[in-house]
Design a protein around this ligand. Structure first.
Ligand SMILES: *Cc1c(COP(=O)(O)O)cnc(C)c1O
Length: 429
């Protein structure tokens, strides 16, 4: 199995290059040369396997011979040491809870697999690996946790000052060890632009690797909870995906290309609605992000859009036939948090709440459809907003987060400037 860049479809690299270098020199995104189909043998037994075992079977099929099967098996099983349970709200609405990993967000799936795969692929290398990552909230925490204490690695996180929640910030800045946080006086898009520039800068990019959802290895384990939901609930589900960089949705699209049956996808966004607008008009207009209360989705130029276009052969009609877009503002999101609590007694976080609104909209047009809403983070990560809507003490903070809250924040302030990052990297690596 080789990988190509979306901008150079006829040039191929091996898995180590695709995973460690992450971003091709031509500024495209890596894709597998071919999406392998799951075998009849898999479909005959997929419902009987343990979650991690089924996951390993999918990953082995996708990566084929790029990594020896026994090694992949061990990597997947080690990464997937927590479940993705489904909670039924009513007959046609389920919540797929993706927050049972160590940092309480779905990004743990991708980050844990990626960290293990990177350590595996570089185990014989001489120089240490520096993982450079921009985060709008949850990515940094998940990546930091996944790499914390992994020998031969270091993580440098860029996050937008004042635009992540207090607890999210602690997850980025209070770990210590091989984790360093840079507090950027700008937006998430500034952070993302600075990281991209560093990767294209030959003076500093030698030992840098990326952990944003541009990294193909992050998408791979994110396919697995879709498979799990489908095998439990049937092949006519409508998945509702709260989206920012669209890695989660792109993973689902790859899963369908491997043969996973699904009825439809709903992309739910906050005010950063570039993709719903594209689905509406056929016109793709990335623009600066605006801050919202579902901050992990504050993305104005979704990096996985190029992969989505690639998957649909650049056909707007084909993408539109599979994916519908809905968008909601903060006020609607807050109302939804209260409505879900009142109606079902369920506490949903702001990202999931955007998804719930989209599911309701979909069902009003398609009565009887079974929607599965991805709950992408635990509500305690957004405790301020939750308490504003549901009252003080309404959300319990899980112990693994409460411990971090007590620790001291350590971060280096930095201007939103590519040159400042390059300078810092030269001095500190
Ligand atoms: C990252 C994130 C999202 C958006 O996922 P993408 O793959 O970037 O579309 C949604 N919700 C939460 C809580 C997240 O952390």
């Amino acid at each position: 199995m080789k990988f190509y860049s979306t901008k150079s479809p006829d040039q191929f690299v091996d898995i180590k290059e695709a995973v460690i270098r992450s971003l091709p020199a031509d500024n495209g995104l890596y894709m597998p040369e071919k999406i392998n189909q799951l075998s009849d043998e898999f479909w005959a037994s997929w419902k009987d396997m343990e979650f991690a075992e089924m996951g390993a079977a999918v990953v082995k099929t996708l990566f084929a011979d790029a990594v020896p099967a026994a090694d992949l098996d061990a990597l997947v099983k080690d990464a997937l040491n927590f479940e993705a349970p489904t909670v039924q709200l009513d007959e046609t609405t389920s919540i797929l809870e993706l927050f049972h990993g160590p940092t309480l967000a779905f990004k743990d799936f991708g980050a844990r697999f990626m960290a293990r795969l990177m350590a595996y692929l570089t185990k014989d290398d001489e120089s240490d690996l520096t993982v450079l990552v921009a985060t709008s909230g949850d990515t940094g925490g998940a990546v930091a946790d996944a790499f914390l204490g992994v020998e031969g690695t270091r993580v440098v996180i860029l996050y937008p000052k004042g635009k992540v929640s207090l607890l999210q910030e602690k997850q980025l800045t209070a770990l210590g060890g091989n984790i360093t946080a840079l507090e950027i006086d700008g937006s998430f898009d500034d952070c993302q632009r600075m990281v991209k520039a560093a990767f294209l800068n030959d003076e500093v990019n030698e030992t840098l690797t990326s952990a944003n959802s541009i990294n193909i290895s992050r998408l791979v384990p994110q396919m697995l909870y879709y498979f799990d939901a489908v095998r439990k609930a049937g092949d006519d589900l409508v998945f509702v995906v709260p989206s920012g960089n669209f890695g989660n949705l792109t993973a689902a699209l790859i899963a369908t290309q491997m043969g996973m049956p699904v009825k439809h996808f709903v992309a739910a966004t906050n005010a950063n609605d570039v993709v719903p607008q594209y689905l509406d008009s056929g016109d793709y207009q990335p623009r600066p992000s605006v801050p919202t209360i579902s901050n992990a989705m504050d993305v104005g130029a979704p990096s996985n859009f190029a992969r989505m276009e690639e998957i649909y052969g650049n056909s707007w009609e084909d993408m539109k036939a599979n994916i519908s877009g809905y968008t909601y503002n903060d006020e609607q999101t807050r109302e939804a948090i209260r409505a879900v609590k009142e109606r079902y007694g369920y506490t949903i976080d702001p990202h999931g709440a955007v998804g719930w609104l989209a599911a309701e909209a979909w069902k009003s047009e398609h009565p009887g459809d079974h929607t599965v809403i991805l709950e992408t983070a635990h509500p305690s990560k957004f405790i301020d907003i939750m308490e504003e809507e549901l009252g003080a003490g309404s959300v319990e903070i899980p112990e693994r987060l409460a411990i971090l809250a007590e620790r001291e924040k350590v971060a280096t302030p930095m201007a939103p400037d590519e040159a400042a990052l390059a300078e810092w990297l030269k001095e500190n690596l």
